[in-house]
Design a protein around this ligand. Structure first.
Ligand code: S3P
Length: 430
């Protein structure tokens, strides 16, 4: 089991780039694979999650040059060109891979098994099994919650549906839209709040017509995708770690260049600003389907705030690092509407409550969030990642301002799923 020891102290200063956006990397390879022609993708995330998606398409007969690296050339096979894989597709730790692939693959005319690691096997798949079954797919997992492995059987032509999702989830929305690409007629997904829209943007970028009306997104089946080149922006969910580090370590000033600033993802900027962080967003530009910018954060005295609803959704993956900012801030932070966090890579509410307590932070776990009484100095301790990359990196950032020795984080190999080079990046800012 790998461990991280944080013995960095003093201000963080400099300019860095973070690895490519995980959500966009998944979609780039998925849509590139079923497009017609060759797509060149730069800045692809070399983390295990997105590489597992790319490997799955290689197993489905798609030629991908540069597999494992950040420059991919994807030789698209068209909507109906995928081939039966040998054995199950192993998607490792990646919930996005398994859920989106389930949608994209449930209309194929060969059986498929989608599997993953021990953490993925504990994540509920009913949220996608239900709408995909309504479309006519034959798909099921284990037990009532349809845990992976997921079995998909040939089902003939899918039919378009009008689906009202009970949760705001880009994974559910994307799975249904990707199945909709193969369905007869139009498929519409309506969600209670707007989740990240990378799938819609990339489908359009590759020539598909996607209609968006407030919280509903529709696609008509049978549309062909055209291969396009593009550069994956830096992942704002990874940038969030050096952003919070700069905000809480006295004397720091850090710029993160070329970060994706899709408005469905920028909750972390708004939340930190509400906490009184000093943030500038410069050089805003469009690159392909997504907006990007350079983000600079300087240290300041943070204060506690309330986070809920859409603001929380726009920062859903940033909960662990927001907890660290809140714990370092003066006053109380109340996070609500976050029950989804209980079924992420770990139960992030209970994981963060447990680990924050170990370093002396006063927290109260609630069913859908957390109350954090900030401002007490952190004391260094040996903490655990719960198998979750974002918990591991958040506790590493806490270690930058912990007193009384070095923070040690156990079980940190999972950092490679989303942020290869995380420690090297922190060290480069010393
Ligand atoms: C993702 C959507 C979110 C997010 C996950 C990536 C995506 O999950 O938490 O890390 O790429 O579609 P949900 O859509 O299930 O909330």
């Amino acid at each position: 089991m790998e461990k991280l020891k944080i013995n960095i102290s003093g201000p963080l200063r400099g300019s860095v780039r973070v690895p490519g956006d995980k959500s966009i990397s998944h979609r780039a390879v998925m849509l590139g694979a079923i497009a017609e022609g060759t797509s060149r993708v730069s800045g692809f995330l070399t983390g295990e999650d997105s590489v597992n998606t790319a490997k799955a398409f290689a197993a489905l007969g798609v030629e991908i040059d540069g597999l494992g690296g950040s420059e991919l050339v994807i030789h698209g096979v068209g909507l109906h060109g995928l081939k039966a894989p040998v054995g199950a597709l192993d998607l490792g730790n990646s919930g996005t891979s398994i859920r989106l692939l389930a949608g994209l693959l449930c209309a194929q005319d060969f059986p498929i098994t989608l599997s993953g690691d021990r953490y993925l096997k504990k994540r509920p798949m009913t949220r996608i099994v239900k709408p995909l079954s309504q479309m006519g797919a034959i798909i099921f997992g284990e037990g009532e919650k349809n845990y992976p492995p997921l079995q998909i059987k040939p089902c003939g032509r899918l039919k378009g549906i009008d689906y009202s999702s009970p949760i705001a989830s880009a994974q559910v929305k994307s799975a249904v839209l990707l199945a909709g690409l193969y369905a007869e007629g139009t498929t519409t997904v309506t969600e209670p709040m707007k989740s990240r829209d990378h799938t819609e943007r990339m489908l359009r970028y590759m020539g598909a017509e996607v209609n968006v009306e407030r919280l509903s997104v529709s696609i008509t089946g049978g549309q062909r995708l055209v291969a396009r080149d593009f550069t994956v922006p830096g992942d704002i969910s990874s940038a969030a770690f050096p952003m919070v580090a700069a905000a809480i370590v006295p004397g720091s000033k850090v710029t993160i260049k070329d970060v994706g600033i899709n408005p469905t993802r920028t909750g972390i900027i708004d939340i930190l600003r509400m906490m009184n962080a000093r943030i500038t967003v410069d050089n805003v530009r469009e690159d392909g389907p997504e907006p990007i910018a350079d983000i600079t954060v300087e240290h300041s005295k943070l204060r506690g705030i309330g986070v809920d609803g859409e603001l929380f959704l726009r920062a859903i993956d940033e909960f662990p690092i927001i907890c660290i900012a809140a714990a370092a801030a003066n006053g109380t932070t109340v996070i609500k509407d976050a029950a989804e966090l209980r079924v992420k890579e770990s139960d992030r509410i209970s994981a963060m409550a447990g680990e924050l307590s170990k370093i002396g932070v006063k927290v109260v776990e609630t069913p859908d969030g957390m109350i954090i009484h900030g401002g007490t100095p952190f004391h260094a301790a040996e903490v655990d990642s719960h198998g979750d990359h974002r918990v591991a990196m958040s506790m590493a950032v806490a270690g930058l301002i912990a007193h009384g020795g070095d923070m040690v984080i156990n079980d940190t190999e999972n950092i490679r799923t989303s942020f290869p080079g995380f420690m090297e990046l922190l060290e480069s800012l010393k």
